[in-house]
Write a new protein. Sequence first.
Length: 288
Amino acid sequence: MSGYGDRDGKIWMDGKLVEWRDANVHILTHALHYASSVFEGERCYDGKVFKSRAHSERLLKSGELMDMPIPYTVDEIEAAKAAVLEANGLSNAYVRVLAFRGAGEDMGVAAARNPIRMAVTAWEWGNYYGDAKMKGAKLDIAKWKRPSPETIPVAAKAAGLYMICTMSKHAAEAKGCSDAMFLDYRGYVAEATGANIFFVKDGEVHTPLADAILNGLTRQTVIGMLKDRQVKVHERHIMPEELEGFEQCWLTGSAAEVTPVGQIGDYSFEVGAMTRDISEAYEALVRA
C-alpha cells in the first residue's frame, strides 16, 4: 500500500469532498506549529460507525475545552463521515475526523483570528496490534508520565497530548514491544499510548480511574458489558507494583478494540477466559 499522502480516494475538507492527494494545508497552518488540533478515531463495521454520534459529540467537546469552537454541528459531522465512506466505497474502515486551526492572520501562540478547519478521512485498517489480538500484546513501561489535569484538559482528545505517546511507542517498538504503558504524574498506572487498560484478579476487574486520562468510549462500553455480566468493576488508582498480582490484562480503544496483553515489563498475564469473552462479545456488539 502506498503512503498516506499518495492514494486514490476522497477526503472531506471544510464542507466538500476533494481528491485524496489534493487534501493539503499551508505550511503556516497554526496546528502544524502549535498542535492546535483535536481529533476522533472511529471504526465503521458493515457500513455503521460504532458510537458515531458519541464520537462527534466528543469532538465538539474537545474543541470547546481547547478554546477551538468547531463550526459544525453533530449532524453535519455525521453527514461528512457518511459522505466519505460512500465516496470511497468503504463499509469496514477506520474513520479519522480532525479539527484544527488553519493559516490566518495570527502566527504566534495566540490564534483567535485563524479559521478552524475540519477534515474527515477513512481507510481500511486491520488489527491495530497485529497478531496480538490472538496471543497478547507485549508492553514496555514508558519513561514519560501522563500529565496532571492542571496542565491541560485531559478530557480533550487533543493532538498535543500524543507527543509523548509517539516517543514512548517508538521506544517500545525498539525493544520489540507493541506499545508502552504510562504511569500518571502521581505514579499510578494510567493507560497505553492510545488505549485504556484493564486487569483481572479473582474474577473481578480493575481499571485506572479516569481522573487524569481520557475516558475512552470503548472503555465505557466494556465497563457496561462487564456490569451486564455481573462482573464487579473497580475504577480506582492502581500502583505499578500491583501488576504482579493481576492474572489477565487487556487494552481497549476504537483502533485497538479489545486487545489482550501478555506482558508488561517483567510482568506476565494469561489470555484467559474473561479476556476472550469480552473480546468476542465486543466484536459481536460492534456488528450487531
